[in-house]
Design a protein around this ligand. Structure first.
Ligand SMILES: Nc1nc2c(c(=O)[nH]1)N[C@H]1C(S)=C(S)[C@@H](COP(=O)(O)O)O[C@H]1N2
Ligand SMILES: [Mo]
Length: 596
């Protein structure tokens, strides 16, 4: 559809346009209103609900199906049990177990006994939050079901995948690479639902972290910390002895009311003081704003390494939850449940009753979460943005260092994403090497103007080697060359009430209607905010956004609009498209601010 050139704008920003030489071009008419509920058949451009593969791990050039680990683990356990049973018949081992029975009992001061009510409540909240963090986390992984140890995301070089090898098709996009999870595993459980999954993940992360902060504080304000912080080296032989006792199928005596055994001590300590903080750090390590700023760290521990470790932390939590629950059930279920629910040391059924209620709440919320998300995605988006928006906003203001990467860091493969423009107008522009291309810059500016590519090429030129972070999880380093946004803005002079900049594309989004995205004007003056005309020293390839794409290095990939046809400066964006600040924000419930 040709742009409207009649100046009949609907955002009331006419005043500053009329003074300019170029008539106002209203690209808003080609925007579409998004749906407010999710119809799975039409979701994300009717993406087919196709699943992935069993996990495969790469060893050198070979890919091994991890389902093999199940029979291997069974055989291993049988062998270990046999070995443990044999060992326990040896006098020296019997002596060792006698010397280190498992629990290093502290002074049984009354303050050490049992679990106080704050701890029992926090345990429940923790369990509830973790359930949703894990579910939504797995959903996020499914949007790019590959893990890497380098920042490059090169197909074939991943160490783990839940997807077939990347097909040789040069136009294969990251969106096509996403997989569907079984509905009750992922949250929301449909393909390419990462925008919504992230809101669940981040919202419950904040709750989990607040709960954890209170837990840390109260733990050390009371003697409770002594339950899970080892204070003697004896914890190691004790843990070994306990492991041997379990493996020989003779359970050690359970002193849980008074103190934990060595194995429990170590696993609780690692979970609370290693795994949980590591989850937070590796989560933040995937943020473009954080990673681009903390280059001394992120140069080695790139966002992909952070993502891989984040996944391994998930594995730790899953194993921990499984073992923990198995132990609760097999080492005196009723007493154990009374400890953690009612805080008494009896074997009545009351604690079991409360446990059933707890679990019923978790299961009910688990079952309701997907239907709720599909019916009220806008609510999920709004709540998520309210809870985590302030943090995201804060991260935008960690100024990234320019040119932190070198030519040697440039990624051999840069994934493609998005839907190529397919209009005749664009095809003609490509055929004529964009000779008739004009970049329309208008809105709340003193001097609205159309730029030819040659004019843009003759403007101040900047090069930057930066890392691109797709919301889906892949990343890539490239050298971008072009016109700094601050130089373009200096020419058109935004009005005093200008606050946002809208980038309109030649391309459509996956549900049809023009792809666009909104950025705060303030971020456009950053050193690295660039209209890129070149990629890796060559004219920008069409697939990567020719003739022009945006670079704003503190934000995720979907905000880097490709195939830019117009830039509008506005005071607010509620009236543009669906009003949420961009195409993916409108249609796929992403966040307008995505510095994480
Ligand atoms: N016009 C337009 N721009 C777009 C998109 C799109 O779909 N349409 N996708 C975005 C997303 S999700 C990403 S990750 C990057 C991908 O850029 P690349 O294809 O150069 O890797 O472009 C962004 N810009
Ligand atoms: Mo993306």
């Amino acid at each position: 559809m040709p742009p409207r050139v009649d100046g009949a704008g609907k955002n009331g920003s006419m005043a500053s346009n009329e003074s300019g030489p170029t008539p106002r071009r209203d690209f808003e008419v080609s925007l579409t209103k998004p749906s407010e509920t999710i119809d799975v058949a039409e979701w994300a451009g009717s993406i087919p609900q196709v699943g992935g593969t069993p996990p495969h791990v790469r060893v050198g050039r070979r890919w091994i199906n991890l389902l093999w680990s199940i029979p291997i683990a069974v055989v291993l356990v049988v062998v270990l049990v046999a070995v443990a049973k044999g060992l326990r018949n040896m006098p020296s081992v019997a002596h060792f177990v006698h010397r280190y029975p498992g629990t290093i009992a502290p002074n049984p001061h009354p303050a050490y006994l049992g679990l106080p009510s704050w701890l029992r409540w926090q345990h429940f909240f923790n369990l509830f939050f973790m359930a949703f963090i894990i579910r939504s986390g797995v959903q996020i992984l499914a949007d790019h079901p590959r893990l890497y140890w380098t920042r490059h995301s090169t197909p074939g070089r991943e160490w783990l995948r839940f997807q077939k090898p990347v097909p040789p098709d040069p136009m294969w996009t990251a969106k096509q690479d996403s997989v569907k999870l079984p509905g009750q595993v992922g949250l929301p459980g449909i393909r390419h639902s990462i925008g919504l999954a992230r809101w669940w993940h981040f919202t419950f992360d904040v709750l989990f972290l607040l709960n954890g902060a209170v837990f840390y504080a109260l733990l050390f304000a009371t003697p409770q910390w002594q339950r899970i912080v080892p204070t003697t080296w004896k914890v190691f032989p004790s843990a070994g002895s306990v492991a041997l006792q379990y493996l020989s199928l003779q359970w050690p005596y359970n002193h849980g009311w008074v103190a934990y055994n060595g194995l429990q001590l170590i696993s609780y300590f690692v979970t609370v003081f290693v795994a949980a903080p590591l989850a937070l750090l590796t989560g933040l390590g995937q943020s473009p704003a954080v990673s681009n700023r903390l280059t001394p760290i992120s140069h080695h521990l790139s966002s992909q390494v952070a993502r891989s470790i984040h996944f391994l932390v998930l594995c730790w939590f899953l194993v921990f939850i499984f073992m923990h629950t198995a132990m609760v059930w097999t080492t005196g279920l009723l007493t154990n449940l009374n400890h953690i629910t009612l805080g008494n040391d009896t074997s009545s059924w009351a604690g079991f009753g409360l446990y059933v209620v707890w679990m019923a709440i978790v299961v009910a919320a688990w079952i309701a979460a997907t239907p709720f998300t599909l019916r009220h995605p806008r609510v999920v988006q709004r709540v998520g943005a309210t809870v985590t928006g302030p943090v995201q906003g804060l991260f935008e203001h960690i100024d990234p260092n320019p040119r932190q990467y070198t030519e040697a860091d440039i990624s051999p493969h840069f994934w493609l994403n998005g839907r190529m423009p397919d209009s005749d107008e664009f095809r003609r522009l490509v055929d004529t090497r964009f000779a008739d291309y004009r970049l329309h810059v208008y809105g709340l500016v003193a001097h609205p103007r159309d730029f030819t590519l040659d004019e843009l090429r003759s403007m101040p030129h900047q090069e930057q080697i930066t890392q691109h972070f797709c919301i889906q999880g892949w990343s890539g380093v490239a050298k971008w060359g072009g016109v700094p946004m601050r130089d373009l803005l200096a020419l058109v002079e935004p009005a005093a009430d200008a606050r946002y900049v809208v980038f309109y594309s030649f391309g459509e989004g996956s549900d049809g209607g023009t792809y666009y995205d909104v950025h705060p004007l303030e971020l456009m003056y950053r050193e690295l905010s660039l209209l890129a005309l070149e990629m890796n020293g060559e004219p920008l390839p069409v697939a990567h956004g020719a003739p022009i794409r945006l670079r704003n290095e503190v934000e995720l990939g979907f905000k880097q609009v490709k195939w830019i046809r117009a830039i509008e400066v506005v005071a607010e964006f509620r009236h543009i498209g669906g009003g949420h600040g961009g195409y993916n924000e409108d249609h796929e419930f992403f966040g307008y601010r995505q510095a994480i």
